[in-house]
Structures are given as structure tokens and as C-alpha cells.
Design a protein around this ligand. Structure first.
Ligand code: ATR
Length: 283
């Protein structure tokens, strides 16, 4: 690709951000679409976020993704936030339009896309257990509740955070039984034994090395989704038990595809971003 005076700039802000796989997939999609655009990483520490966001506007950066730790803090710095991003309380995609910064959240829809593409799972009428109560859980629960599941149980190490998440989302989805519990004990065991899908949104496997939940409680046929990528302990143990399991790479791709569409009005060719990531994610 040739960078010219006309090349439009896109990027991602985060801290850390050097490990991001987004440049690989977004640049592949720009090239495939024949667009004169480039996507780069911007390392932005928390105390420079405001300046960085204003800088994006001043420089005419056409769009950018927002990752840890800025997804929540960026909200008040934007001119407009989509209802979905406002409900989730986090923005991961920003578009510059006529000098205004518009915020979106594509994580939840990316997750649903990956559930369908990677596990063939549709949430409608199903019993779902979500582990964790942070921003990732909130995006997952919000997107799942929009698909008329039979029941969603949010289980968290700190039960009060799960209760807060449920209390915040319940009014938006009055028809969906939405409950919370601790990560152990009777209600958690009951939820697991009736689950059609278990979703891990916690980073527990990164810190303690083991899966967050006792998979022996899951019924046969239950699907398992881990938002962390790679062959995590949860994914490995689920597969050992012959349960369908997927890691978070598909969600990363899904949220990226939707961000690309928001910026360009085009759908990236199916499978292209995943194909671009495969060699990078094996590094
Ligand atoms: P994110 O926005 O990425 O979801 P977060 O807000 O820091 O990140 O939330 C991390 C989640 O992982 C929380 O639900 C956290 O549980 P607590 O609310 O009890 O802190 C969960 N988590 C992190 N490490 C964990 C561990 N070792 N065991 C169980 N849960 C863990």
C-alpha cells in the first residue's frame, strides 16, 4: 500500500496497545476494499485521554477504536453516544463526522456474531450463565438480553457487582428474567446445571491459571464461550468434556467488522479479517 497526502487515518487508543491485533485486520479490510486508509495504534495513558481525543478531532482522524482502560472514561469526551453504548456504559468505536465525535459500542454485537459463527448458537429461548460483572460482562448481557433469552444469570466473585449490573440492565429488558449470584454455592450450581450457554467474561484464567467454573456441572450439549483468546483452560476443559467451545478471537473480529462498517458504510469481505489474524494470533 502507498501512503499519500490523501490517505485517511484510523487507529486505536489504549494502554497498553502495542499487542493489539486490530491494525492487522483493519488494514487488511481497507486494502481489500481498495480504500486509501491506514489504521495505526496510539499509546495513550489515562491522564492524556482528554488531550488525545481532542487531538483526534483536530487532526481529522476519521475513526478510532478505544480499548482498555479508556472505554468508560471516553464517554463524556464525545459529542454523541449511541443508545447501545450508553446502556452498556462503554464506547469501543468512535467516528468523526462533520467535526463531531460519535461513540458506539460494537463489542456486544461482535459477541453475538461470534456466538453464531463459531458455535452456531442463537440466544433466543435459551438459559445463559455469564461469569463476571465488568465492562465485558455488561456488553455481553446487554446483547444477550436483546435476543429474548429464557433466562440470564450473572455470576461474579464479588456478588454485589453482579447485582448492580443486573439492576442497571433489568429496566431495559423487562421481559427477560435476569438474575445474579455468587461464583459458588447453590444458586450458581443450579444455574450451571440448567445452562445452554456459559460465557466467561472474567480475566480469571489469566491470573489464576484455572477455569473459573466447575464444568462438570454443565449439562451435555451446553456451549461454552470464553471472551479471552487462545486455548484458555476453560476452552480446553470444555472440549475435553465434548462441549462445543470457542475463544474470544471471533468476538474481536466481529466487533472489528462492525466498526469497519460504521466508518466506511461497507461490509468487509466475509472471513477476511479472521484470515488476516490467523498468522498474527499464532505469534
Ligand atoms: P472488564 O471491563 O474487562 O470486564 P473488569 O471491570 O476489571 O474488566 O472486570 C473483571 C472481571 O473479572 C470482574 O467480574 C472480576 O470479578 P470481581 O468483580 O469480583 O473483581 C473478574 N475476575 C478477575 N479476576 C478474577 C478471579 N481470579 N476469579 C474470579 N473472577 C475474577
Amino acid at each position: 500500500m502507498r501512503i499519500t497526502a490523501a490517505t485517511r487515518v484510523y487507529g486505536i487508543i489504549g494502554d497498553p496497545v502495542a499487542h493489539s491485533l486490530s491494525p492487522v485486520m483493519q488494514n487488511a479490510a481497507f486494502a481489500a476494499a481498495g480504500l486509501d486508509c491506514v489504521y495505526v495504534t496510539f499509546h495513550v495513558p489515562g491522564n492524556r485521554l482528554r488531550e488525545a481525543v481532542e487531538g483526534m478531532r483536530a487532526l481529522g482522524v476519521q475513526g478510532f477504536n478505544v480499548t482498555v482502560p479508556h472505554k468508560v472514561a471516553v464517554l463524556p469526551l464525545l459529542d454523541e453516544v449511541s443508545p447501545e453504548a450508553a446502556a452498556i456504559g462503554a464506547v469501543n468505536t468512535v467516528k468523526l463526522q462533520e467535526g463531531r465525535l460519535l461513540g458506539y459500542n460494537t463489542d456486544g454485537r461482535g459477541f453475538l456474531r461470534s456466538l453464531d459463527a463459531d458455535l452456531g448458537f442463537r440466544p433466543e429461548g435459551r438459559d445463559i450463565v455469564v461469569l463476571g460483572a465488568g465492562g465485558a460482562a455488561r456488553a455481553a448481557v446487554h446483547s444477550l438480553c436483546g435476543c429474548s433469552p429464557r433466562r440470564v444469570v450473572v455470576a461474579n466473585r464479588t456478588p454485589s457487582r453482579a447485582a448492580d449490573l443486573v439492576a442497571a440492565l433489568r429496566p431495559l429488558f423487562p421481559g427477560v428474567p435476569l438474575e445474579s449470584c455468587a461464583l459458588s454455592g447453590g444458586p450458581f450450581g443450579d444455574a450451571l446445571s440448567g445452562a445452554n450457554l456459559l460465557v466467561n467474561t472474567t480475566s480469571a484464567s489469566l491470573s489464576c491459571g484455572g477455569p473459573v467454573a466447575d464444568l462438570t456441572l454443565l449439562p451435555p450439549g451446553c456451549a461454552v464461550y470464553d471472551m479471552v483468546y487462545g486455548e484458555t483452560p476453560l476452552v480446553r476443559q470444555a472440549r475435553e468434556r465434548d462441549l462445543r467451545a470457542a475463544d474470544g478471537l471471533g468476538m474481536l473480529v466481529g466487533q472489528g467488522e462492525i466498526a469497519f462498517s460504521i466508518w466506511t458504510g461497507l461490509e468487509p469481505p466475509a472471513g477476511l479479517m479472521m484470515q488476516a489474524l490467523r498468522p498474527a494470533s499464532c505469534d
